[in-house]
Design a protein around this ligand. Structure first.
Ligand code: BGC
Length: 767
C-alpha cells in the first residue's frame, strides 16, 4: 500500500511528500507544521471542499466513482464520504482523491457503524442493559476492527442522547434514560472504537474515529415525535442530559455530530453557544463538528434564513463539516466575499478536518484502511461472532418467570409461533447498515440447529406483524420485510393452534419488527400490535406454558401481558447471533442478567415516566395509588410496570443492610458503602448491584434518586460477595441555580439494591 502512495505522491504531491514523512514523527508540532504548509497551498475552494461530506449514493452499488461526487472529488471539493460499503470501492474512490485531485488530500470514509459491522451486536438500548462496560467496549472494538478492514475510518457512533420517551423510535439507538450510566457507556464506546492514541496519532489500522451524537438534547423532542422541537431549562440540561456528551469529549472523541433539533430556540446546527461556548470553550473539545444529514439546509425549514444565511450561521457557530446539504460548497465563497464569514473561521474549520485526517494517519498512508486482504481475515469471524453471542445473551432482560417456566427442558416439542419467529432480516435490528441481512439465522432456524437430536422445534407464523397492511409496510422498510402473509387472520391462527397442539411449550415470538423503532419511527401506541395480541390470547387459552419472547427496540406497554403470560423474556434485537443467544437463555445454558436502562410504563399516558424524577410539592404517600389533590391520575397509579434497573434471573439474590464506614463525610473525605450480596438460589448467576443517592435538601429541588454507581458481579449458587462503593463529595455534586457544579452540605440517602426500587437505605451527612 505504501508503495502505491509513494508513486502517487511523487507524481502529484511534490513537497507534501517530505511533509508526509514528517508526520510519521508524530508530535503536535509536526502536525501543525504539516498542516500549515498544506493549507498554504490550498485555494479557498479547496478549503471549503474539505468541509463537504456528501452521501455516496447507493451503498450497495457504490456509484460514487461515476457520479458527480467523483468529479467533485477530483476537483478537491469533497472532504469525506459516508455509507459506501466495500474496501475495493473505497480504495478506488480514495485513489480518485489521492491521484486525481490537485493536492491529493485523502478522504475520510464514514459509516453508521452503530452496533457492529457485519458481526452485529444488540441494539444499543439492549447493549446498555448488560451494564457491562468491558463487553460494551469490546463490541465497539470488534466493530472498529471489522469496519476498518473494509475501508472505514470513521463511525457515527456512539449515540448518547438521553431519552425518557419510548414513543421516540430512536431510544433503540441510545443507552436509555440515565446520564450516569450513559456517560460510562459513551466512554467505553469511544475507547473501543478509537483505542487510546487518537489524541495524538493513530498508528494502528484497526481503530477508527468515533463521533458522539446527536449534540444536543435530541432525545427530548416534544411528544416523542422524531425531529420535533426541544425546549428545556439550563438546569435540566446540565443535571440530566448533557453529561454523556461531555463524557465522550473527556474520553477524547474525535468528532461530534450536531442534532436536528433546536436548543433554546436556535437549531443546534447554528447554535454558537452550544458548539463553541459550551463544547469547545467549556469542555475543551479539540476535534471537529459535523452536521447531521442535511442539518444545514433544514435550518431553512426551521425558519432562520436562506441557504447562504444558514450555512454562514453554522460555520460561525462552530460547525466544521456539512453532511449532504452542500450549503458550504454552494455558498461560503459568496459569504466570504460579502464579509459574512471570515477567512479565519474557514481556516479553523478546514484545519480541524485536516487534523483529524492527520491523526488517523491518512497523510502518512491514505490507503491505510484499504488492505484488501483484511476483510476475509477480520470480518464476521467465528471469534467475533462468539463474542456477539455472549454479549447478546447478557443483554436480554427476564421480565417475568412464574412457576419456573424458564429455563425450558431440552426435550419434547417446542413450538415457535409468531411473526418474528422466522425472519432473518429482522434479527440484527435497526441501524445495522453493513449487515448481511440474509445470513443470520432466524429464531426458528437457530433453535432447530442448536437443539437437533434433542428437542423437536416446530414453527407457525400465527399472524402478520400488524393488521393494517399499510402500517406493516411502513414498519418493514430497508429490506427487512416480513413477507406479509395473504391468508386470513383466521387461517393463520388455525395453523398456529394446530402447531401449538403438538407442542409441550410455546415460544411466542412477538413484538416489533426491527424498523418499528429507529429513526423516524415514533409510535403513539406501545402495546403489542392488534393481531399479535389476538394470537397471544389464543395461545394462552391452549393452557400450554407460553414464553413471550419479546422483540422490541423500545419499552412497550405490557400491563396485560404481565398479568396473563407466565414468562416474558425481552430480547430486544440481539444482532447477528441473536437466535443462538436466545436459545442459550431459553434452555438455561446462560442465566439472564440484563437489567432495564429505561422504565417500562403501564400505559402511554404515564409517559414521560422515569426513575430519577422530582418529588413535587404533592407527592403521593408511599404505597398509595390514589389520593385526592396529590400528583397522580384518576385511572392508573404512578408506578412503572417495570422500573429502571429491573431484571430477573434464574436464581435469586439477597442484599444485606448497608454498612457505611462513617456516617459523616468531610469536604475532602470519602466514605465506603458496603453490602453483602448472596446468591440464594440454585444456579450461578450475575447481578448488577446498583447505587442510588438522594440529596434530601438542596438549594434547588433534587431528584428522588440518582444512579451514582454500579457493579456487575458473578456469584455461584450459595456464594456471597461484598460490594463496596466509594462515595466522595464529588459524587454528590450537581448544577445549582447559577449552574455552578457543587456539593451542598446536608443529608443524603444512600441506596443500594438490584433495581431502582428494591433498595436498602442508609443515611449519610455531608459536612
Ligand atoms: C441520522 C444520523 C446518521 C446520519 C448519517 C441521520 O439521518 O440522524 O444518526 O448518522 O443520518 O447516516
Amino acid at each position: 500500500m505504501k508503495a502505491i502512495f509513494k508513486k502517487a505522491s511523487l507524481l502529484l504531491l511534490g513537497t507534501l511528500m517530505s511533509l508526509a514523512a514528517a508526520q510519521a514523527q508524530n508530535s503536535p508540532l509536526d502536525m501543525d507544521r504539516f498542516i500549515d504548509a498544506l493549507m498554504k497551498r490550498m485555494t479557498v475552494e479547496e478549503k471549503i471542499g474539505q468541509l463537504n461530506l456528501p452521501v455516496t449514493g447507493d451503498i450497495t452499488t457504490g456509484q460514487a466513482k461515476s457520479s458527480d461526487v467523483a468529479q467533485k472529488i477530483e476537483k478537491g471539493l469533497v472532504g469525506g464520504l459516508f455509507n459506501l460499503k466495500g474496501v475495493d470501492r473505497i480504495l478506488e474512490v480514495q485513489k480518485l482523491a489521492v491521484e486525481k485531485s490537485r493536492l491529493g488530500i485523502p478522504l475520510l470514509f464514514g459509516m453508521d457503524v452503530i452496533h457492529g459491522y457485519e458481526t452485529i451486536f444488540p441494539i444499543p438500548l439492549g447493549l446498555s442493559c448488560t451494564w457491562d462496560m468491558a463487553a460494551i467496549e469490546q463490541s465497539a472494538r470488534i466493530a472498529a476492527i471489522e469496519a476498518s478492514a473494509d475501508g472505514i475510518s470513521w463511525t457515527f457512533s456512539p449515540m448518547v442522547d438521553i431519552s425518557r420517551d419510548p414513543r421516540w423510535g430512536r431510544v433503540s439507538e441510545g443507552s436509555g434514560e440515565d446520564p450516569f450510566l450513559g456517560g460510562a457507556i459513551a466512554q467505553a464506546m469511544v475507547l473501543g472504537y478509537q483505542g487510546t492514541d487518537l489524541k495524538d496519532q493513530l498508528h494502528r489500522n484497526d481503530e477508527i474515529m468515533a463521533c458522539v451524537k446527536h449534540f444536543a438534547l435530541y432525545g427530548a423532542g416534544e411528544a416523542g415525535r422524531d425531529y420535533n422541537t426541544v425546549d428545556m431549562s439550563r438546569n435540566r440540561m446540565f443535571n440530566e442530559y448533557m453529561y454523556p456528551y461531555e463524557a465522550a469529549v473527556e474520553a477524547g472523541v474525535g468528532s461530534v455530530m450536531a442534532s436536528f433539533n433546536e436548543v433554546d430556540g436556535i437549531p443546534a446546527t447554528g447554535n454558537r453557544w452550544l458548539m463553541t461556548d459550551l463544547l469547545r470553550d467549556k469542555w475543551g473539545f479539540q476535534g471537529f463538528v459535523v452536521t447531521d444529514f442535511t442539518g444545514i439546509s433544514e435550518m431553512v425549514e426551521h425558519g432562520v434564513g436562506d441557504l447562504q444565511t444558514v450555512s454562514a450561521l453554522a460555520l460561525n457557530a462552530g460547525v466544521d463539516m456539512d453532511m449532504v446539504s452542500e450549503g458550504f460548497v454552494g455558498t461560503l465563497m459568496k459569504s466570504i466575499k460579502e464579509g459574512k464569514v471570515r477567512m479565519a473561521t474557514l481556516n479553523t474549520a478546514c484545519r480541524r478536518i485536516l487534523e483529524a485526517k492527520y491523526k488517523l494517519g491518512l497523510f502518512d498512508n491514505p490507503y491505510k484502511y484499504c488492505d484488501v486482504n483484511r476483510p476475509k481475515r477480520d470480518i464476521f469471524t467465528k471469534e467475533h461472532r462468539d463474542v456477539a453471542r455472549k454479549i447478546a445473551g447478557e443483554s436480554f432482560v427476564l421480565l417475568k418467570n412464574s412457576a419456573g417456566v424458564l429455563p425450558l427442558k431440552k426435550q419434547g416439542t417446542v413450538a415457535v409461533i409468531g411473526p418474528l419467529g422466522n425472519t432473518r432480516s429482522n434479527m440484527p435490528g435497526t441501524w445495522s447498515v453493513a449487515a448481511r441481512l440474509n445470513d443470520y439465522p432466524s429464531l426458528y432456524e437457530g433453535l432447530k440447529e442448536m437443539m437437533a437430536g434433542k428437542v423437536n422445534i416446530t414453527y407457525a407464523k400465527g399472524s402478520n406483524l400488524i393488521g393494517d397492511a399499510a402500517y406493516e409496510e411502513r414498519a418493514t422498510m430497508f429490506g427487512r420485510s416480513l413477507n406479509r402473509d395473504n391468508r386470513t387472520d383466521k387461517e393463520l391462527l388455525d395453523e398456529a393452534l394446530q402447531t401449538a397442539a403438538g407442542a409441550d411449550v410455546i415460544v411466542a415470538a412477538l413484538g416489533e419488527s426491527s424498523e418499528m423503532s429507529g429513526e423516524s419511527s415514533s409510535r403513539t401506541e406501545l402495546g403489542l400490535p392488534d393481531v399479535q395480541h389476538t394470537l397471544l390470547e389464543a395461545l394462552l387459552k391452549t393452557g400450554k406454558p407460553v414464553v413471550l419472547t419479546l422483540f422490541t427496540g423500545r419499552p412497550l406497554t405490557l400491563t396485560w401481558e404481565q398479568e396473563h403470560v407466565p414468562a416474558i423474556l425481552n430480547v430486544w434485537f440481539g444482532g447477528s447471533e441473536a437466535a443462538y443467544a436466545i436459545g442459550d437463555v431459553l434452555f438455561g445454558d446462560v442465566n439472564p442478567s440484563g437489567k432495564l436502562t429505561m422504565t417500562f410504563p403501564k400505559n402511554v399516558g404515564q409517559i414521560p415516566l422515569f426513575y430519577n424524577h422530582k418529588n413535587t410539592g404533592r407527592p403521593l404517600a408511599e404505597g398509595k395509588w390514589f389520593e385526592k389533590f396529590r400528583s397522580n391520575y384518576l385511572d392508573v397509579d404512578n408506578e412503572p410496570l417495570y422500573p429502571f434497573g429491573y431484571g430477573l434471573s434464574y436464581t435469586t439474590f439477597q442484599y444485606s443492610d448497608i454498612a457505611l464506614s462513617t456516617p459523616t463525610l468531610g469536604k475532602d473525605g470519602s466514605v465506603t458503602a458496603v453490602v453483602t450480596v448472596t446468591n440464594t438460589g440454585k444456579r450461578d448467576g450475575a447481578e448488577v448491584v446498583q447505587l442510588y443517592i438522594r440529596d434530601l435538601v438542596g438549594s434547588i429541588t433534587r431528584p428522588v434518586r440518582e444512579l451514582k454507581g454500579f457493579n456487575k458481579i458473578f456469584l455461584r449458587a450459595g456464594e456471597s460477595k461484598t460490594v463496596s462503593f466509594k462515595i466522595t463529595p464529588d459524587l454528590l455534586r450537581f448544577y445549582d441555580y447559577n449552574l455552578n457544579y457543587i456539593a451542598e452540605p446536608g443529608d443524603f440517602d444512600i441506596m443500594i439494591g438490584g433495581d431502582s426500587q428494591a433498595v436498602k437505605t442508609a443515611r449519610l451527612t455531608l459536612k
